[in-house]
Design a protein. Structure first.
Lengths: 266, 304
C-alpha cells in the first residue's frame, strides 16, 4: 500500500472540495461590505453601512419579510399534514400503503419547473388570482414529502413498547399520544420543520410561476440580477447564513453534550 | 437522504399489528387531499392545457379546451435540442458531482470517524450552500468567471482559454453551476451509507490478501451503492429541470438554454400555456422513464 500517497491525497482532496464549496459563500459575504451603490459587481471599498441600514435598498426588507411569512405558514401546513401521514405510514398496516408512498415520492421525483407550471396551469383554469396564497400552497406542497420522509425515520426508530406501557397504565389514546408519542417525535418534527422552512425560504423555481406580483426574497434577487444587485441583498443572505450556521453548531454541540451525559449515566 | 430514507424503514413496520385502520385514514386524509388537490389535479390541468388551441381572434394568452395533439409534435420539433441539452448537462453535472462527492463523503464518513468534531465541522460545510441564497451563490460564480475576472485573465495568459474566449454563457459554466448547486444532494446520501459502513469488512478484505483497491472496488463501492443511487437521482432530477444556471442573466446564454428555460419563458413571458404545458408533460414523462430504468438497472427497486 502506497501509504504516503493514500494518506495525504484523500484529506487534501476533501479540503479542496470544501474550499470549492465555500468560495461563492465567502464572495457573497465579502461583497456585503462593498461600498457600491447600485450594482454590486466591482469592489469599491469597505463599508459597514449596508449592514447598519439594510432596509435602505428599495424592497429588500419587504421581500425578506414576505419570505419569512411564506416560510412560516407553509412550514406549519406541511409539518402538520406530513407528521400525521408519517405516523400513519409507519404505525398502521392498511391497503394502498404502497400507493400512498408512491404518491409521496412522486413530487420529489418531479422537476420543480413542472410542479410550478402545473400549479400555475391549475390556478389559471380555476381562475384563482396569483399572490401570497398561491405561493404558500405551492411551498407547502413541495415541503410535504420531505417532512414525511424526515418524520417517518423518527417514528420508525420509536420503541412501540413505550406507548404500550402508557396504555397499560390506563392512559387514554389521546394522553398516550400527547404525553409519550409526540414528545418523542419532537426532534424529528423540528428537523422536518427546519428543513421545510429552508426549502421554502430559498425557493425560486416554483415561486416564479405562482407569485403574481408578490416579491419573496429570491424573486427580489432575480429581478435585481437583471438591473443591478444592491449590496443589501448580500447582507440579508449573509445574515441568514450566519444565523443558520449558529443554529447548526449549537444543535450539534448540545446533542454532543447530551450523548456525553447519557454515556456517563449508563 | 430522502430516497435512502424511504427505503430503509420498510422492515420496521412488521412488528406493529394490523389495528384501527380508521385512525390511519383520519391521519392520512388531510395530506392525501392536499396532494390530490395540489399535485395530481395540477398534473391533469397540465395535460389538458397542453392540448388547448388559441381562441380565434382572441387576445394573447387566451386558449380554449381542445384535443390538439399536434402541440406535442410542434414542441418536439422546435425544442428537441433543449431536451438534449437539459439531459446532457444534467448527466455531466451528475458525473462531476459524483467525482467530487465520493472521496469527500468517504473521508467524512469513514476516515474522519475518529474525530467527531472534525466530522461535524466538515458536514456543516457540505450543507453550508443550503443556507445561502441559491440565486446569489450562482451570481457569485458568474462574477468570479466574468470576462474581467482574475480567473479568465489567468486562463488567457496560460493560453488555456483563447484571447476572445469567455467562461460565462458557455456549456462549461452551466455544467459548472449545476454541479456546484446540487453537490450537497450528492454528498449527503453517499455520506449516510458510508458512515454506516462496517470497517471490519475492509479488514476482512485485507486479511484475504485483497489489495486496498480491490477491497474498495469489491466491498466499499457495492455497500455504498444505495447512497450513490439516491445521490445521482437527487442531483440529476433537479438539474435536468433547472432554468437558473442556464439562464442568460446567470451562467448561461442563448446557446445554452435548457427545457426549463423554454418552459419558463413560454409560460411567463410569452403566455403560450399549451406549449409550456406540453414541454412540462414531456419533461416529466422522460424523467420518470429515465428514473424507472435507472432504478431497475441499479437493482435497488426497494427505493420506492
Amino acid at each position: 500500500m502506497k501509504l504516503s500517497l493514500g494518506k495525504w491525497l484523500l484529506p487534501l482532496y476533501s479540503a479542496l472540495a470544501l474550499i470549492f464549496i465555500m468560495i461563492p459563500i465567502a464572495y457573497t459575504f465579502v461583497f456585503s461590505f462593498n461600498a457600491s451603490v447600485k450594482s454590486n459587481i466591482v469592489w469599491v471599498g469597505f463599508t459597514l453601512d449596508n449592514w447598519i441600514n439594510v432596509c435602505q435598498a428599495q424592497g429588500v426588507c419587504a421581500a425578506f419579510g414576505t419570505s419569512l411569512l411564506v416560510g412560516a405558514v407553509a412550514t406549519v401546513i406541511a409539518t402538520v399534514l406530513g407528521t400525521a401521514m408519517a405516523i400513519a405510514l409507519v404505525r398502521f398496516k392498511f391497503r394502498g400503503r404502497s400507493t400512498v408512498s408512491l404518491l409521496l415520492f412522486l413530487p420529489m421525483a418531479t422537476p420543480e419547473v413542472v410542479l410550478g407550471a402545473g400549479l400555475a396551469a391549475q390556478f389559471l383554469s380555476a381562475g384563482v388570482p396569483k399572490g401570497l396564497g398561491t405561493i404558500i400552497i405551492a411551498h407547502a406542497l413541495f415541503c410535504l414529502s420531505f417532512v414525511v420522509v424526515t418524520v417517518k425515520a423518527r417514528v420508525a426508530s420509536l420503541d412501540p413498547a413505550l406507548e404500550e406501557a402508557g396504555r397499560d397504565l390506563y392512559g387514554s389514546s389521546a394522553q398516550v399520544f400527547m404525553k409519550i408519542t409526540l414528545p418523542l417525535l419532537m426532534p424529528g418534527i423540528i428537523a422536518a420543520a427546519l428543513l421545510s422552512f429552508a426549502l421554502s425560504f430559498d425557493d425560486f423555481i416554483i415561486t416564479r410561476f405562482n407569485n403574481g406580483s408578490v416579491e419573496t426574497f429570491p424573486v427580489f434577487v432575480y429581478t435585481a440580477a437583471a438591473k443591478g444587485m444592491p449590496p443589501e441583498a448580500n447582507v440579508i443572505a449573509s445574515a441568514v447564513f450566519l444565523f443558520a450556521l449558529i443554529l447548526v453548531v449549537v444543535s450539534q454541540l448540545t446533542s454532543a453534550a447530551r450523548r456525553k451525559r447519557l454515556a456517563q449515566v449508563s | 437522504m430522502a430516497f435512502a430514507a424511504i427505503g430503509s424503514n420498510s422492515t420496521q413496520t412488521e412488528q406493529v399489528p394490523r389495528r384501527r385502520s380508521k385512525v390511519a385514514i383520519i391521519l392520512l386524509l388531510p395530506g392525501l387531499a392536499y396532494l390530490a388537490l395540489f399535485f395530481l389535479t395540477p398534473l391533469v390541468s397540465l395535460v389538458m392545457t397542453s392540448l388547448q388551441t388559441p381562441v380565434e381572434f382572441g387576445d394573447v394568452g387566451q386558449y380554449q379546451a381542445a384535443f390538439q395533439i399536434e402541440n406535442y409534435a410542434i414542441v418536439v420539433g422546435a425544442y428537441w435540442p433543449h431536451f438534449l441539452r437539459a439531459f446532457g448537462y444534467a448527466l455531466a453535472a451528475t458525473f462531476f458531482a459524483l467525482v467530487i462527492s465520493y472521496p469527500l463523503a468517504y473521508f467524512i464518513g469513514v476516515k474522519a470517524r475518529r474525530w467527531p468534531l472534525l466530522q461535524a465541522l466538515m458536514l456543516t460545510l457540505v450543507i453550508a450552500p443550503f443556507f445561502i441564497s441559491f440565486l446569489l451563490r450562482t451570481l457569485a460564480w458568474k462574477q468570479l468567471m466574468s470576462d474581467d475576472s482574475g480567473l479568465v485573465s489567468a486562463l488567457k495568459t496560460l493560453t488555456i482559454l483563447p484571447a476572445d474566449g469567455h467562461l460565462t454563457g458557455t456549456a462549461f459554466s452551466v455544467i459548472f453551476g449545476l454541479t456546484y448547486n446540487f453537490l450537497p444532494f450528492m454528498t449527503l446520501p453517499i455520506y449516510t451509507t458510508l458512515e454506516r459502513l462496517d470497517t471490519r469488512y475492509l479488514e476482512a478484505g485485507a486479511d484475504l490478501y485483497a489489495s486496498p483497491f480491490t477491497t474498495f472496488w469489491r466491498v466499499t463501492v457495492p455497500l455504498s451503492m444505495p447512497g450513490v443511487v439516491s445521490g445521482t437521482l437527487l442531483t440529476f432530477i433537479p438539474a435536468s429541470g433547472d432554468y437558473i444556471n442556464a439562464s442568460a442573466s446567470f451562467l448561461g446564454s442563448a446557446q445554452t438554454q435548457m427545457v426549463g428555460n423554454v418552459i419558463e419563458s413560454q409560460f411567463i413571458s410569452l403566455l403560450n400555456y399549451p406549449q409550456a404545458s406540453a414541454l412540462s408533460v414531456l419533461l416529466m414523462g422522460l424523467i420518470l422513464l429515465i428514473v424507472a430504468l435507472y432504478v431497475k438497472r441499479s437493482g435497488t427497486e426497494d427505493l420506492l
